[in-house]
Design a protein around this ligand. Structure first.
Ligand SMILES: [Zn+2]
Length: 162
């Protein structure tokens, strides 16, 4: 089997950031779809997110994106990476990291400032409703915004050639 493109990125030198991992054209419709890797932790060098805070960011992020006045119709998917170092965001269109960065900042500001009941986290709405951690989700969002995205340069927006 072919090695998929995202496994060829050298994870030993990756910094947290916002990266385009794929741009695909649907052969049936011609629609272009861009996949972003939204990385919150340095792979293999920092503790990963626990599942509870990942889950909370998934619920809040998806809610934020599905209600966004501009981007909502273009969002295909938002969800956690299995390695728990970040999230995938898939949007319609050919979009660059620089173009998506303001939306990612807005998303994590929404998570950082969120209070109250987590959307979609009642037992009838979610498969593991007790597995939530809003305080850690807020802490991670704050760290991502201030440490990694405040002055995001080339090294945090574009994968380097391996
Ligand atoms: Zn859930």
């Amino acid at each position: 089997m072919d090695k998929i493109a995202s496994f060829t990125v050298n994870h030993l030198v990756l910094e947290p950031g916002v990266y385009v991992s794929r741009q695909d054209r649907d052969p049936a419709t011609g629609a272009i779809v861009t996949t972003f890797d939204i990385r919150l932790t340095a792979p293999n060098r920092e503790p990963v997110m626990n599942t509870a805070e990942c889950h909370t960011i998934e619920h809040l992020g998806a809610t934020f994106l599905r209600n966004h006045p501009v981007w909502a119709p273009r969002v295909v998917y938002f969800g956690p990476m299995g390695c728990r170092t970040g999230f995938y965001l898939v949007v319609f269109g050919e979009v660059s990291s620089e173009e998506i960065l303001p939306l990612v900042r807005e998303l994590f500001a929404f998570v950082r400032d969120f209070t109250g009941e987590i959307p979609g986290a009642r037992p009838e709405e979610c498969g593991n409703y007790l597995d939530q951690n809003l305080p850690m989700a807020r802490w991670l969002a704050e760290r991502y915004l201030t440490r990694d995205l405040a002055e995001a340069d080339e090294s945090r927006l574009h994968y380097q050639e391996a």
